[in-house]
Design a protein around this ligand. Structure first.
Ligand code: Q9C
Ligand code: ZN
Length: 670
């Protein structure tokens, strides 16, 4: 399977700049690229990537999206005088030309296509292209918003044409609406375009009516254009994650792309003078991670905006480090999404509920929301308002540098019965290391009151030893096949090092008895997905999820994972994820791998997986998910049972008072 992360960069793309005075364009500077690249070099990340040479795009490639007239016009710009360039620029909005920009724009497209080539041929697993000029605002026959050619849109068409990609997902996390991408694919059901953007009820650039949530795509493409408007500035990490959990991810998994392209603008990060948002650079580690198990891991990130040089460089590093497979940082202090975002999420979900079965049970919008719309647009600024309540200027905003992301020397340790196959990269735990007598005695006392079973005792001790190595950060994650998963689970809960067990997310998959009393002290959050209605207590820390067809129902299972388990997990912020597969769970292998992959975004990748010892065939695939191999694609998910959807929705509703990240509409509306 493809491994490695491509990095595309060419200094040549720093060699154009604004040659006259234009306040709208002065933020788009060559240093954006140099600081990003230098940060990757300084942190050693660049050296870990596969460097791939950048080439110029051909006319034919540019014409995949742009008109001949436009291409011919841009071709003339290298020969224009300054005056001609200024005049040429005039016909477009918020963009500038330079004698060398045509050359750079061809390199930006070419770099994107080289990246698509590298990923689609399997030379690398994923990658990033650091390019200037950006692309997502440019249109068939127009430059716009610093963009000349639409790098990502051309990349999508190229992937479909050259590699037969059937479905391409474009995730545009830049703070501006990529209207150029929207226009390009709005009637195309094979390209799902998702964009969130500062909108402020149409008061923010590019001030388009069609950037709102109700532009869902046209004709055959209806449902394949998703706009999430930010109607306030200051959005935080939890706002971004809420939109991923409750809009993008469920739809993306239902769409099942062959390739993910990210319009990776970092003007959505804190400190950016354009975006004025408050999400911190480490959030991009999570956004990236959450997309890395789609499309069999095929992900191409292409730089768009990002104008605070500090925030930009940090965000680029967070993204690349995640593409390389390092564990994501702990998601710090997640509250719930703000009211304005809850409204936007609700609006988007209800605009799309007829197209996506994962959204089917979204409540209708209150009539007040729809009638308020025209009013808000009418509240246009006159320009005379006092700027008094204006927050601090973005240049003054400070935030802590993201902490170094620790990377344990051993990625995956396994405790497997002899003869059970697993990838070579795993470190096999040897029982040779004698357990400390303290641990031994504690376990002996708890589990072996009378007769003592040497084999089981040793196995449990091995498990605790593994957790101790995780706590010391010598090992990132682990897999153990055990005689009795229930016993092993209880043993871990009772004896794992306190540094890890202060908060454990316990995920149980499949029918079977899970002792719910372990959730009583709040140090464990249990999510148990099964086919049996829970008998015991439900509580804030004890969440039984019942699927009528059990864990073999891919659509229902993924709905529970994306809309319930992940938001719970992110808000709980555990020190350890204990993932337990009950005997005969019926969960299919690729779904299990997805789950193992997604959960590694939590607890800095500290996941311990327990399975019954006879599930030997699953040891290999599970270990490879723990090693960071992307899960295989799930294929089209099939229909969700409406009873399950309803039940999940009810569960989400009862829990959302305690867990704010579960909210996806204003609580009063609910
Ligand atoms: N206050 C990209 O991020 N408007 N383009 C500037 C200045 C244009 C942004 C207004 C912003 C274009 C790729
Ligand atoms: Zn932008």
């Amino acid at each position: 399977m493809a491994a490695g992360t491509a990095l595309l960069y060419d200094e040549e793309m720093t060699k154009y700049k604004l040659l006259w005075v234009d306040p709208a364009c002065k933020i788009e500077v060559p240093e954006r690229l140099t600081v990003s690249h230098e940060a990757l070099v300084r942190t050693g990340l660049a050296a870990r990537c596969v460097s791939i040479a950048v080439r110029e795009a051909t006319d034919e490639e540019i014409l995949l999206v742009h008109s001949e007239e436009y291409l011919e016009a841009v071709k003339k710009t290298p020969y224009m005088t300054l005056e001609d360039l200024m005049a040429f620029t005039q016909q477009y909005g918020d963009v500038y030309f330079h004698p060398n920009i045509y050359h750079c724009a061809k390199l930006a497209v070419g770099a994107t296509l080289q990246l698509v080539d590298s990923v689609m041929t399997g030379r690398v697993r994923n990658g990033i292209a650091l390019v200037r000029p950006p692309g997502h605002h440019s249109q068939k026959s127009a430059a716009s918003g610093f963009c000349i050619f639409n790098n990502v849109a051309i990349g999508a068409r190229y992937a479909m044409q050259k590699y037969g990609a059937k479905r391409v997902l474009i995730v545009d996390w830049d703070v501006h609406h990529g209207q150029g991408v929207q226009y390009c694919f709005e009637d195309d059901p094979n390209v799902l375009y998702f964009s969130w953007h500062r909108y402020e009820h149409q008061n923010f650039w590019p001030n388009l009516r069609e950037s709102d949530y109700d532009s869902v795509g046209k004709e055959k493409g209806a449902g394949f254009n998703i706009n999430v408007p930010w109607n306030k500035v200051g959005m935080e990490n939890s706002d971004y994650l809420a939109v991923f959990f409750h809009v993008l991810l469920p739809v993306a998994y239902e769409f099942c792309p062959d390739l993910v392209l990210v319009s990776a603008g970092f003007d959505s990060a804190i400190g950016d003078p354009e975006g004025k948002m408050c999400a911190t650079p480490d959030i991009f580690a999570h956004l990236t991670h959450l997309l890395m198990n789609l499309a069999g891991g095929k992900l191409c990130a292409v730089l768009e905006g990002g104008y605070n040089l500090t925030s930009l460089a940090q965000s680029v590093c967070q993204t690349v480090q995640t593409l390389l497979g390092d564990p994501a940082p702990l998601p710090a202090d997640l509250g719930g999404p703000c009211e304005s975002v809850l409204k936007s999420i609700h609006c988007v979900r209800s605009a799309h509920k007829q197209y996506w079965s994962c959204l089917k049970y979204t409540a209708d919008l209150p009539a007040s929301e729809l009638s308020a719309k025209s009013l808000k647009v009418a509240e246009q600024k006159t320009g005379n308002e006092p700027e008094a309540q204006e927050q601090r200027s973005p240049e003054e905003i400070v935030w802590p540098e993201p902490p170094k992301r620790l990377c344990p020397p051993v990625r995956t340790a396994v405790a497997l019965p002899e003869g059970v196959a697993c990838p070579d990269a795993c470190k096999r735990c040897s029982s040779a290391e004698a357990p400390s007598s303290l641990v031994l005695n504690r376990i002996r006392g708890d589990f072996f009151k009378e007769s003592e079973d040497k084999v089981t005792l040793t196995a449990l001790c091995d498990l605790i030893a593994l957790l101790e190595r995780m706590a010391k950060n010598e090992v990132r994650n682990g897999l153990a096949l055990v005689q009795d998963v229930s016993m092993a689970m209880v043993c871990v809960m009772q004896h794992a090092p306190t540094s890890l067990t202060n908060r454990v997310l316990l995920v149980c998959v499949g029918d079977g008895c899970v002792p719910t009393r372990i959730t009583e002290d709040g140090k464990t959050l249990l999510v148990h997905i099964s086919s049996t209605e829970a008998q015991g207590q439900k509580s804030k820390h004890c969440v039984p999820v019942c699927l009528r067809k059990g864990c073999s129902d891919v659509a229902g299972f993924m709905q529970a994972v994306l809309g319930l388990l992940l938001p719970l997990g992110y808000e709980y912020n555990p020190g350890l994820v204990l993932l337990v597969r009950m005997p005969g769970s019926g969960v299919c292998e690729s779904v299990w791998q997805q789950l193992a992959g997604l959960l590694q975004g939590l607890a800095q990748g500290h996941t311990l997986v327990l399975m019954q010892e006879n599930e030997t065939a699953s040891a290999g695939p599970t270990a490879s998910a723990l090693l960071g191999s992307p899960a295989p694609m799930l294929g089209l998910l099939g229909n969700l049972l409406s009873e399950d959807l309803e039940a999940l929705e009810t569960l989400r509703n009862t829990l959302q008072a305690d867990w704010k990240l579960l909210q996806h509409q204003k609580v009063e509306e609910a």
